[in-house]
Every structure is written in structure tokens, then in C-alpha cells.
Design a protein around this ligand. Structure first.
Ligand code: PLP
Length: 437
């Protein structure tokens, strides 16, 4: 109550905006996960590690545009690249030079891929990747992980939240998910059983379970997945929408030394600009999209769209990824800092009667008020001691000038420009919170 009062006292304009917004935007937002109670703050500016709300409050941001801004908000050199590209036309809608250059760059930095197609979002990349996997294998079923979020595409919008079965949304016919099978993360037995029982085109998964808990793969798990997928003749689609360019320049494939058949990208791949996504794979698979080699539409797998390959997003993405490829040492620093922070946060949990656990790898940090350290999404949800602690933490942090998403899951996606000083403040505030909880 004390923190609610403080929050209400400093966010009057956000409250007014929320009331206005609710009349014209369902729920007052454009994406339900951006809501928090009693109302969200409305942001007017973002730069570096900070965001400012309409009441002028500054927050150190650990959401970073859904994990997009790996080098901080509003990078001057990216904005400059976009301005230059935009003056030559934001989106002529013809093939352009930047898509060629960016595809070449991506095939150099993303392991095990020869070719790329750009999409408008991570959701789209996954939707077309699934289609491509079905086209290539001639099979129907797709396996995904409990808690795995791959976007709102019908075929993958299942098994995201408890009870991890059935459609996740109204308006999603059960028929649309009848070829989608859901297994727990970090469980090779369940995966093998499912692969054995169905004609599976692809396993789609994140190397580190992202919105399902920021949960790292157990030693040997990803290698085991790779072996099983091969044994049963399926494809492995690694959804690196969060992990790509975050865990390492080459994403989870590089960090864990695991080979994907197809990689989907989003978020960071757009350099902080919207409409960002890509599918990358080896030529033999990507060739199914080739209209030159396959003139008849019925002999191809379709991918496309009006804003695909636009100059704005691709010039931003190119500028950012090119910079990162020239500063690879940043990754070691970044991972070391946040692995250390996780240890400190975990120590705080231990010192407070093991009220919580930390999970994750490098710049993906999960905090869980659970009885045990979660190994999968079910444990992260079902093992909860008290749902209210997540909301309390979110509210408390907000009043202390720290912001992240969501109020139902405590996941942090720091950038490479968050410093040891920011981390220290975070750890201090987390300890203060646990003292009171
Ligand atoms: N895949 C993962 C792992 C994600 O975290 C997300 C979004 O948060 C998506 C796919 C969907 O991407 P988008 O929101 O760009 O459609």
C-alpha cells in the first residue's frame, strides 16, 4: 500500500493518459504485456539505459524495448545510418542493396546458415520457418516447449501459459493447433517420446527459454536435442529472437556450440527499429523459397510481404550488427558482468530464507519466487510461493526508478551499456525489497 501510494503520487499524468487510452486502445495499451497495475507509465523518451515517463520520472530500463536495444536506446550511429538511408527512400519496395549487404553480413556472423530472408517480426519469421520446415520434410507435426513464446501465430500459440495445453486465445480453433505438440524444456525423455510417436517436421525452441522464465539449458540438453532431432529426421528451428546477438554475436548456437537447421531472428536484428525479423538456414532448405529455380508457385514455399527488406530497418540492423561484429570482446564483458550479478541476486535470495532463485545466462536474468530453482516453465509457474511477490517487486522497483517487464514474471534484459554501477544499485534495491517481503 505504501508503494502504491508513492506510485500514485508520482505518476498523475500517466494515470490520466491511461484513462484516455482505455477509451481508444483496448486495455489502454497496444500489447497486453505492457500493462502493469494499477496503470502503466507512459514513456515519452528513451536514451541510453534510461526511459522517462510523462511525469518526468527517469527509470533505469531493464526491458530495453522487449530485449531489442543491446547497446542502449537511441544509438546515434544507428539513427544516422537510418536518416541517410531514409533520404534515399524509406521503402521503394524493389530489391535493394542493403538487403544484399545485410544478408551477407548475417551469413558471416550467424553460424551454420548460408541464406537469409527478412520478415517483419519474430512472429512472422517463426510462422514462415515452420512452413518451410514442413515443406522441406513433407511432415506436419511441430514440437514446441512449454512456456516457449514464438509470437501470436496460430500454429505456435499453444503451451505458452499454464496449463500449457489448448489454444492460448479466443478465436483460435483447436484445429489450428492440432499439429502442434508441447513438451517441457530440459526434458529429453519427453522429447524423444513425442518424436517417436509423431511424424515431426521440426522442433522449434529457444536455446534459453525466454519469456517462459529465462531458463538455461541443462548441461548436455541441447546436444541431446540435436541428436534426437537427427535420429528422427526432423529439423531443429532455433528461435533466436531474444538470444541472437545477445548471448554471443552468433547467439545460442555460438555460446552452446549447438547447430540449428534453421534460425529465426528478431528484435536486435532490426537495430532498434520496428519490423525486424529474419529466417536463416542452409541453401538446401532456403532454396525452397527460390522463385528463379522454382517458377511454379506450387513448387515453392511462400514467404514475403510489403515491408519485408525495407531500407529503414535493414540499414539500422546492418549498422548495429556490423558494429558488434567489430567489437566482439563486448560479449565476454557483458556475460561476465551479468553472470556475476545473477550470483549476487541469488545470494540475496539465499540470505532471505531462500525466498527466490535466479536463472538465466549472461544478459538474460530470471528471478523466481519459487520453492525450487526452475528447470522449465511449469516449475517456474506451479512452484510459485506467492504470486503477489512478483507484483510487489515490480511496484517497488518502479518507485525506486527501475523498470522491467512484466509484473507477473521478473525477467531482466540488460544492455551492454548497463554498468557495474547500475548492477550494484539493482542488487541493493533487490536486497531492500527482500528485507521487506
Ligand atoms: N520468439 C521469441 C523467443 C520472442 O521472445 C518473441 C517476442 O517477444 C517472438 C518470437 C515474437 O517476435 P515479435 O514480437 O517480433 O513478433
Amino acid at each position: 500500500d505504501r508503494y502504491t501510494r508513492i506510485y500514485l503520487g508520482r505518476t498523475g499524468r500517466s494515470r490520466e493518459l491511461f484513462e484516455r487510452a482505455r477509451r481508444v486502445l483496448p486495455g489502454g495499451t497496444t500489447y497486453q504485456i505492457r500493462h502493469f497495475s494499477p496503470y502503466p507509465v507512459y514513456i515519452t523518451r528513451a536514451k541510453g539505459v534510461s526511459v522517462w515517463d510523462v511525469d518526468g520520472n527517469e527509470y533505469v530500463d531493464y526491458w530495453m524495448g522487449h530485449g531489442t536495444h543491446i547497446l542502449g536506446h537511441s544509438l546515434d550511429f544507428v539513427i544516422k545510418a537510418v536518416n541517410e538511408a531514409s533520404h534515399e527512400g524509406t521503402h521503394p519496395g524493389y530489391p535493394n542493396t542493403i538487403e544484399v549487404e545485410y544478408a551477407e553480413l548475417l551469413t558471416r556472423v550467424v553460424p551454420n546458415v548460408d541464406m537469409v530472408r527478412f520478415s517483419n517480426s519474430g512472429t512472422e519469421a517463426n510462422m514462415y520457418a515452420v512452413r518451410l520446415a514442413r515443406a522441406y520434410t513433407g511432415r506436419r507435426y511441430v514440437i514446441k516447449m512449454e512456456g516457449g513464446w514464438h509470437g501470436g501465430y496460430d500454429g505456435l500459440h499453444v503451451g505458452v501459459n499454464p496449463p500449457f495445453e489448448g489454444p492460448e486465445s479466443l478465436g483460435l480453433p483447436a484445429e489450428h493447433i492440432k499439429y502442434t505438440l508441447v513438451v517441457p524444456f530440459n526434458d529429453l525423455n519427453a522429447l524423444e517420446k513425442t518424436l517417436r510417436s509423431f511424424d515431426v517436421a521440426a522442433v522449434i525452441m529457444e536455446p534459453v527459454l525466454g519469456s517462459g522464465g529465462c531458463i538455461e539449458p541443462q548441461p548436455g540438453y541441447l546436444r541431446g536435442v540435436r541428436e534426437l532431432v537427427d535420429r528422427y529426421g526432423a529439423l531443429l528451428i532455433l528461435d533466436e529472437v531474444i538470444t541472437g546477438f545477445r548471448l554471443a554475436l552468433g547467439g545460442g548456437q555460438e555460446l552452446f556450440n549447438v547447430k540449428a537447421d534453421m534460425v529465426t531472428l528478431g528484435k536486435i536484428v532490426g537495430g532498434g527499429y520496428p519490423g525486424a525479423g529474419a529466417i536463416a538456414s542452409r541453401s538446401e532448405i532456403m532454396e525452397l523459397l527460390d522463385q528463379v529455380k522454382r517458377p511454379s508457385s506450387r513448387s515453392r514455399s511462400f514467404h514475403g510481404g510489403t515491408f519485408t527488406g525495407n531500407r529503414v530497418t535493414l540499414s539500422a540492423g546492418y549498422a548495429l550488427i556490423n558494429y558488434l561484429s567489430q567489437h566482439r570482446a563486448l560479449y565476454e564483458e557483458f556475460n561476465n558482468l551479468w553472470d556475476l550479478v545473477k550470483k549476487e541476486l541469488d545470494k540475496a535470495c539465499e540470505a532471505h530464507d531462500r525466498l527466490c532463485w535466479t536463472t538465466g545466462v549472461g544478459g538474460m536474468v530470471g528471478l523466481h519466487f519459487t520453492r525450487e530453482r526452475p528447470l522449465n516453465a511449469r516449475m517456474a509457474y506451479d512452484g510459485r510461493i506467492n504470486e503477489g511477490l512478483y507484483q510487489l517487486m515490480h511496484l517497488y522497483m518502479r518507485t525506486r526508478g527501475i523498470l522491467y517487464m512484466t509484473e507477473h514474471t521478473a525477467h531482466l534484459l540488460p544492455s551492454m551499456i548497463h554498468t557495474g554501477g547500475h548492477a550494484k544499485t539493482l542488487i541493493g534495491e533487490f536486497n531492500n525489497l527482500l528485507d521487506e517481503a
